[in-house]
Design a binder for this molecule. Structure first.
Ligand SMILES: NC(=O)C1=CN([C@@H]2O[C@H](COP(=O)(O)OP(=O)(O)OC[C@H]3O[C@@H](n4cnc5c(N)ncnc54)[C@H](OP(=O)(O)O)[C@@H]3O)[C@@H](O)[C@H]2O)[C@H](O)CC1
Ligand SMILES: [K+]
Length: 491
């Protein structure tokens, strides 16, 4: 696989355009289908050497064509293969018809397939061309196979998964392994598609990388390649102020834990100095819990304005445990010209009045990162959240454009999007990262990256990735405290 294609995500519509470009450039489209089908048969033999029988389920388009190629190749290798078609195979066109004609195996009607112990199901019903909910006949088979617990090897996408959004269209197979072609699709990474894709294999069927990159947008999987050149903040000549001064704004005395988690995470993640800015009533409780993190009394906007004269204070986290209301709004608007992570209560405080926030962000030229989980996203961007035609990626992109901020749309499939439309989908977070206080830790890591001078998009993408690595290191019993202890070095 070409390096240029390693991390890119290509939508089904872009992939269709790439196919056409490949045909125009003189590449024989049937040779692509042959490569695709051969890759599927190779994966089937490699992953399921003990299969008693391969049941290849072929659909009405080119995904089905890949299935006929794979079935014929498996049979040539001596495997026991049965083939079932959705719809009348005589209606197949073009390459799929060619593939079917070249496959001498008898083809049964899909309704006749009875799952048997020892079967491996090769799912070639629908791939990139799925345009609506699965028809009833396909749905019945999907449900029968899913109930049987038989392993499913999906061609391109598990049938029923929308490659654009990862949504389930009526029903879908739950694959053990998926073989896709040239590049991963958003539906492989976005939930629930991610959970139904199994392990993902991206196979190069021979389309030149330049044709793929020419059509693909600015959408990537979140890997260190995205941000590592911005992470060179640890040069040997540095001192603590060069590594930035992060300030975390604490809530009142009954809700200080969240901000201490953010502050501790910020320090561990590499900010040179971290100060917890605390209201008077919380000074005592904060002081009794802090050592390396410093403490500063900030009672009101006047105190904050005075403190902000220190230009070395270059990044802020506001929101965890802060409380919803006017104080959060006033403080936030004062911080938008610096680097700011606006999390939790900070965002919720603008549920009414977001226009002012977005205008101030646009006008002030700071680096603002908003970190909504699904509920917070729905509160702050209700009309975007309600648009069923948009994928999670497109929702994050629309929110970034509207707010002029970098959006970290959190979840098992966190999407980071910039106002320019640039976006990455994160893929390294284990399920146990969803633990109380985990978001506070993430906010602190983003703050530390901002304090060290990383641009907001890279700071956020690197933090989300590092947060995932942290959880892997902390293990399945992770708590927010052990997450902080396990934040790995960035570079
Ligand atoms: N470069 C590559 O990646 C290559 C990919 N290949 C394989 O080709 C498929 C995409 O093939 P395509 O024919 O475009 O699409 P599908 O096979 O997924 O399905 C399309 C057919 O199904 C009909 N359709 C769509 N949704 C439904 C539905 N819910 N119910 C019934 N029928 C449906 C659709 O017809 P329309 O009615 O919508 O017009 C099509 O007939 C890709 O996934 C790869 O597996 C190539 O083999 C090699 C190059
Ligand atoms: K499929």
């Amino acid at each position: 696989m070409s390096d240029a294609l390693q991390d890119i995500l290509v939508t089904p519509a872009e992939m269709a355009a790439i196919d056409q470009d490949a045909a125009r450039s003189g590449i024989d489209s049937f040779s692509l289908m042959r490569s695709a089908g051969m890759a599927v048969s190779a994966a089937a033999l490699r992953l399921f050497p003990a299969a008693r029988r391969f049941a290849v389920l072929c659909g009405p388009g080119n995904n089905g064509g890949d299935g006929y190629v794979a079935a014929a190749a498996l049979a040539r290798c001596g495997a026991n293969v049965v083939v079932f078609a959705l719809g009348d195979p005589a209606m197949l066109k073009g390459d799929a018809a060619h593939a079917r004609n070249a496959c001498t195996l008898e083809t049964g009607a899909i309704a006749a397939y009875e799952p048997q112990s020892g079967d491996v199901v090769v799912d070639a019903l629908f791939g990139a061309g799925l345009s609506r909910d699965l028809p009833d006949e396909a749905r019945t088979i999907v449900e029968r196979v899913n109930e049987s617990g038989l392993p499913v090897l999906a061609v391109d996408l598990p049938s029923g998964i929308d490659g654009h959004s990862g949504e389930v269209r009526g029903a879908s197979f739950i694959a053990a392994h998926t073989v896709t072609f040239m590049a991963a699709k958003p539906g492989h990474l976005l939930m629930p598609g991610r959970a139904r894709t199994g392990t993902l294999e991206v196979f190069d069927i021979g389309i030149p990388a330049r044709l793929v990159t020419a059509r693909s947008g600015d959408l990537r999987v979140n890997t260190p390649a995205i941000w590592k050149r911005h992470a060179a903040c640890l040069d040997p000549g540095t001192h603590k102020y060069k590594r930035g001064h992060l300030a975390v704004l604490s809530g009142g005395q009954m809700s200080t834990g969240a901000t201490r988690l953010s502050a501790a995470a910020g320090l561990r993640a590499g900010a040179g100095l971290v100060t917890l800015a605390s209201p008077a009533d919380a000074l005592g409780v904060n002081a009794s819990h802090l050592t390396a993190v410093m403490l500063k009394e900030i009672r009101n906007a006047a105190d904050l304005a005075d403190w902000l004269k220190d230009k070395r204070l270059n990044a802020f986290v506001l929101g965890p445990g802060f409380g919803v209301g006017k104080k959060a709004r006033d403080f936030t608007l004062m911080l938008c010209d610096r680097a700011l992570v606006l999390d939790a209560d900070g965002m919720t405080s603008f549920q009414q009045g977001r226009k002012e926030l977005f205008e101030v962000i646009a006008a002030s030229g700071g680096e603002v990162v908003l970190t909504p989980h699904e509920g917070e996203f729905a509160r702050l961007f209700s009309e975007i959240a309600a648009d069923g035609a948009l994928s999670k990626i497109e929702k994050a992109q629309a929110a970034a454009k509207l707010s002029h901020a970098v959006i970290v749309y959190k979840g098992p499939d966190t999407v980071i999007a910039a106002p320019s439309g640039r976006a990455v989908v994160n893929a390294n977070a284990p399920p146990w990262l969803a633990t109380a206080g985990s978001g506070d830790v993430l906010a602190g890591i983003i703050g530390a990256h901002l304090a060290q001078g990383m641009p907001a998009f890279e700071a956020a993408a690197a933090a989300v990735w590092r947060h995932g690595e942290t959880a892997i290191r902390a293990g399945r019993t992770a708590t927010a405290e052990t997450l902080v202890e396990n934040i790995p070095p960035l570079a």
